[in-house]
Design a protein around this ligand. Structure first.
Ligand code: ATP
Ligand code: MG
Length: 237
């Protein structure tokens, strides 16, 4: 079990509805760990529970050697866990720059916000060009870049990414997949939930397959790409 981030036997639901049935996983420190699975498998529920938005029924979450299972979303962000939710929740009536600044409100992030902003602008030159444009008028791909950039402004150690390429044109999705490995080059650890199985496995150091709220298979991205069951169920060949 990694000291950096791991989850043991997580059970999560919404009221009476149980969604996750004993999920365990470990994040590869400084790498990309993927959670793949089809619609309704529980990917978003898993990430929401890890960042404190959905309460954890039972199980444990450990981060940097500490038990953080019951910590609030705010404390988790302050401690270095940041989430970029599915659906690009940016503020439409705020400019690109304002959206980015909002990401850096926790004290640890505030201390380094100028450097982080610089790094985000370098990673996404498009955001620099459009820094005074209103978020809501950006294209879908630009909004996703902004959502990612805002997640980075929180200066996370662990970034949870929920389907960052959902609904994007293939060319833009490809750009996003190209950028994700650069995040780990900055020293970040990433947990990526995705339905785009082949692209995800090709950049993931390790991956878990989630079906009906349980992990049914795990392995290196490369091994899973070559796995017959994965090819049949998710890659259509
Ligand atoms: N707020 C909620 N209240 C009740 N049930 C919910 C809620 N959010 C999600 N669910 C249910 O939990 C299950 C898992 O949903 P979840 O959004 O975690 O799946 P997902 O793997 O992220 O799917 P997708 O790929 O479509 O985003 C689904 O059956 C869904 O209907
Ligand atoms: Mg989802």
């Amino acid at each position: 079990m990694s000291d950096f981030f791991s989850v043991q036997d997580l059970h999560v639901g919404y009221g009476e509805v149980r969604v996750l049935h004993g999920v365990s996983l470990t994040a590869v420190e400084g790498g990309i760990t993927a959670v793949i699975g089809s619609n309704g498998a529980g990917k978003s529920t898993l990430l929401r529970s890890l960042c404190g938005i959905v309460p954890i029924g039972s199980g444990t979450v450990s981060f940097e050697g500490r038990d953080v299972t019951d910590e609030s979303a705010e404390r988790l962000v302050a401690g270095g866990i940041s989430m970029v939710p599915e659906g690009r929740w940016i503020f439409p009536d705020m400019t690109v720059l304002e959206n980015l600044r909002v990401g850096a409100i926790n004290p640890r992030a505030r201390a380094v916000k100028d450097e982080t902003l610089q790094a985000v602008m370098e990673m996404f030159p498009r955001l620099r060009e459009r820094s005074s444009q209103l978020g809501g008028t950006l294209s879908g791909g630009e909004q996703q870049m902004l959502a990612l950039g805002r997640g980075l402004m929180a200066a996370p150690k662990l970034l949870l990414l929920d389907e960052p390429t959902l609904g994007l044109a293939p060319g833009i999705a490809k750009q996003i997949f190209k950028i994700l490995p650069d995040l780990t080059a900055l020293g970040l650890t990433v947990i990526l939930a995705e339905q785009n199985v082949s692209k995800t496995l090709s950049i993931a150091h390790y991956a878990y397959v989630l079906e009906n709220g349980a992990i049914v298979l795990e392995g290196s991205g490369k091994d899973l790409l070559g796995n017959d069951a994965i090819r049949a169920a998710y890659l259509g060949h």
